[in-house]
Design a protein around this ligand. Structure first.
Ligand code: SAM
Ligand code: SF4
Length: 323
């Protein structure tokens, strides 16, 4: 069992499969992904050794992220490998959906159960100005297709900015007829996005207030839930979620650990340190040592991030640590 010094239990791990991305979201990679020239991401053998150990430690929810995880050509094989662990109940993916129309069926056949798709705007021009990609219609078609599949959960991630509030009625209309949760994520400051952050940040409390005024009700938080508070409304099929990392007590319920695409453990998204464990993922004989090392490191997990003091840790952007 993975537990830290503050009695928080960890059954949920996010694994980044690549730092690469084909979008230039202005809050994440404003200048696009720049290759360092010697990318060498965790391979399937390393992932298998890591996941074997995580499963032995009680992890039953794994989410693949990035960068853009669908850029990994072996993603279906990786999903298939995880499907072999019968105690893993949730195999999730966070994606910008660019490659989804071609590959979603394969991902599902190979074990994908949950998908989070990023869609920051319902307005094609605004979507383009945020992501620098002109692809909103195709992404919306992929979302509607996903809704017809047997996926257990389909959610939309949308970064909350001042402009989001001006299209909030369109988002409400979107979930009125779709059984989907649109989760607004408070914009987080990173090393790369200070200018964007300063002009676009708005507190999630403004949105929460607006939801209450419009008759949305907060749902009690479920065990092993992600970081969102979800709101429901009797007139809407879908839900609205709010992820408020700047909110008071956000870290109290943290149940997540992260591994970067080069095999480092990140105890906190906004922490100061990556603990490189890749050398312990090379063979099955190293699994005991990998397990013990993770157990020793977990007690170093800090109680909370220091975002409200404008301390972002050593994070340059969410693409390089796995958002
Ligand atoms: N490329 C995939 C995607 O965009 O869904 C997965 C990786 S991305 C880093 C994961 C999530 O982090 C996305 O929903 C994205 O909107 C969010 N994100 C990235 N940078 C952020 C920031 N500075 N503040 C808030 N959310 C951010
Ligand atoms: Fe790429 Fe996702 Fe970052 Fe956008 S948020 S630049 S899609 S990694």
């Amino acid at each position: 069992m993975l537990q830290d010094n503050f009695a928080r239990k960890f059954n949920y791990v996010r694994i980044s499969l690549t730092e690469r991305c084909n979008f230039k979201c202005q809050y994440c990679l404003p200048n696009g992904y720049k290759s360092c020239g010697n990318e060498n991401y965790l391979n399937q053998n390393e992932l298998f050794n890591l996941i074997t150990v995580l499963v032995e430690l009680g992890v039953w929810k794994i989410r693949f992220t990035g960068g853009e995880p669908t850029l990994r050509r072996d993603l279906s094989n990786i999903l298939h490998m995880v499907k072999g662990f019968t105690s893993v109940k949730v195999i999730g993916l966070t994606t910008n959906a660019y490659h989804l129309s071609a590959n979603l069926d394969s991902y599902i056949q190979n074990g994908l159960t949950n998908i989070n798709i990023s869609m920051d705007s319902l307005n094609p021009e605004r979507f383009h100005s945020i992501t620098q990609v002109n692809r909103l219609t195709e992404i919306q078609k992929s979302i509607d297709y996903a809704l017809q599949t047997e996926l257990q959960s389909i959610k939309i991630n949308s970064v909350l900015t001042k402009d989001t509030l001006s299209e909030i009625d369109d988002f409400f209309a979107y979930v009125k007829i779709r059984n989907i949760s649109v989760r607004f994520i408070e914009l987080m400051q990173t090393g790369d996005n200070l200018k964007y952050f300063k002009s676009n940040y708005v507190s999630a409390s403004i949105l929460q207030q607006l939801l209450i005024e419009r008759g949305w009700q907060k749902q009690p938080r479920q065990d092993a839930a992600g970081p969102a508070f979800e709101y429901y409304h009797k007139d809407y099929i879908g839900k609205i979620g709010v992820i408020a990392p700047y909110g008071k007590d956000f870290c109290n319920n943290c149940n997540r650990l992260r591994f970067t695409s080069d095999g480092s453990l990140r105890l906190c998204l906004f922490g100061e340190q990556n603990y490189s464990l890749r050398h312990l993922m090379q063979s099955s004989e190293q699994r005991e040592e990998l397990k013990n090392t993770i157990l020793q490191l977990i007690i170093k997990k800090p109680l909370a991030h220091k975002l409200s003091e404008f301390k972002t840790g050593n994070i340059l952007n969410l693409s390089n640590v796995g958002g």
